[in-house]
Design a protein around this ligand. Structure first.
Ligand code: PMP
Length: 398
């Protein structure tokens, strides 16, 4: 077994283009809250496929949906509608009240679609306005347009020349936002909780003020709910915490439960694309549509948003209980998108030690640990995580 893994790793380290410092592990299978590597080592997963595995690993509803749909129709062509596409659109438009949906495969693709729609809106409705205001510390994806939209420090000059037309302002600062608006502004694009940025929540008053500002100025309000959507924060969509509806909403990650699937939703009033403006070979891909329908249906049926709220509150309480002992600060987040800061910038070291101990946690920032388990996580699994986490912290923080 070991030599097989060593061979796979040696090959992976030379054949897979380097894009990230991956640990020397090859994952092989998953079930519920657990993953197993090629050495049969078991991991308790509090990364959840990066806030993706809503239903846990390898849920039966996904394999059933794939089996059924693939025996009927794998792919007609993006030039045709298909049945699961219509059904899935009905489900999402019904849930959000946004009447129109464009389907993609990744979060970046949904966000590209939102950016293109905002520019189209500016072109046809607002005298050629094209500027989109985003927040500092935001993350919107790794395609060229979403890289330019992203407000991560250090990304300003990445892959220069960047796509122009993005203006970045401090998050949660309504005055800075007001000052950034020009006659060229067509949209404001924000996350409600900055996930990759380290789990920082928008203030309700800020989001409500953005809605008013957008209405006054004739600017689109767009929410990137790629990470926060589909139950993650304890409600189906994070905007429910704010009582504010966006004009454009992007979803990915949890919507496919691990299958590549994303969506950009908007109002009928912004059904502005002309033929060919946006598309893609896999828009409305039947397998993805069938999976999305099954995953979102299951999330609703099992009331997983409520469950995420409950288990998230339990996990928060457990984190608060170890606060003093480990000098942990700023415990934050909503539902099952939580984070805390360590007293020292040793997040990567802690995550690596946890991996070694069979626990997957995410270090998102030098001192920040982020937890984003599947929505199905149980209290017993939270207890198991806390025991593992504390034993690792006892070892490395002596
Ligand atoms: N937006 C947000 C808020 C995200 O968290 C991510 C992924 N971490 C993306 C966009 C990009 O999604 P994808 O990796 O599927 O392109």
């Amino acid at each position: 077994e070991n030599s097989c893994t060593d061979e796979l790793l040696a090959e992976a380290n030379t054949s897979i283009l380097f894009v990230a410092n991956r640990p020397q592990v090859v994952m092989e299978r998953g079930e519920g809250m657990y993953l197993w590597d090629t050495n049969e080592k078991k991991y308790l997963d509090f990364i959840g496929g990066w806030a993706v595995t809503s239903l846990g690993h390898s849920p039966k509803v996904i394999s059933d949906a794939l089996l059924e749909q693939s025996s009927k129709l794998v792919n007609a062509s993006p030039g045709f509608f298909n049945k699961p596409m219509v059904e899935f659109a009905r489900l999402l438009t019904g849930l959000t009240g946004l009447e129109r949906v464009f389907f993609g495969s990744t979060g970046a693709e949904a966000n590209e679609s939102a950016i293109k729609l905002a520019r189209k809106y500016g072109t046809v409705r607002k005298n050629g306005a094209y500027e989109i205001i985003t927040a500092k510390r935001s993350f919107h994806g790794r395609s060229l347009a979403t890289t330019a939209a992203t407000g991560k420090a250090g990304w300003e000059h990445m892959f220069a020349p960047q796509l122009p037309g993005f203006v970045k302002v401090p998050f949660n600062d309504i005055e800075a936002m007001k000052q950034a608006i020009t006659p060229h502004t067509c949209a404001i694009f924000v996350e409600l909780i900055q996930g990759e940025g380290g789990v920082y929540e928008a203030d309700p008053a800020y989001i409500q003020a953005l809605r008013t500002l957008c209405d006054e100025q004739g600017i689109l309000l767009m929410f990137d709910e790629v990470q926060t959507g589909i139950g993650r924060t304890g409600t189906m969509f994070a905007y429910e915490h704010y009582g504010v509806m966006p004009d454009v909403l992007t979803l990915a990650k949890g919507i496919g439960g691990g299958f590549p699937l994303s969506a950009m939703l908007t109002k009928e009033a912004y059904n502005l694309f002309e033929a060919g403006d946006q598309g893609g070979t896999y828009t409305g891909q039947p397998l993805a549509m069938a999976v999305g329908l099954a995953v979102v249906g299951e999330v609703l049926q099992r009331k997983l948003p409520q469950q995420a709220a409950e288990q998230g509150a339990y996990l928060l309480q457990k984190l608060h209980a170890i606060k003093e002992q480990y000098g942990v600060t700023d415990i934050r987040g909503k539902g099952l998108l939580l984070a805390f800061d360590l007293p020292e910038p040793r997040g990567a070291e802690l995550a690596a030690a946890c991996l070694h101990a069979g626990l997957l946690i995410n270090s998102s920032g030098p001192s920040t640990i982020r937890l984003m388990p599947a929505l199905i996580v149980s209290k017993a699994e939270i207890d198991e995580m806390m025991t593992l986490l504390c034993s690792v912290m006892d070892q490395i923080f002596v």
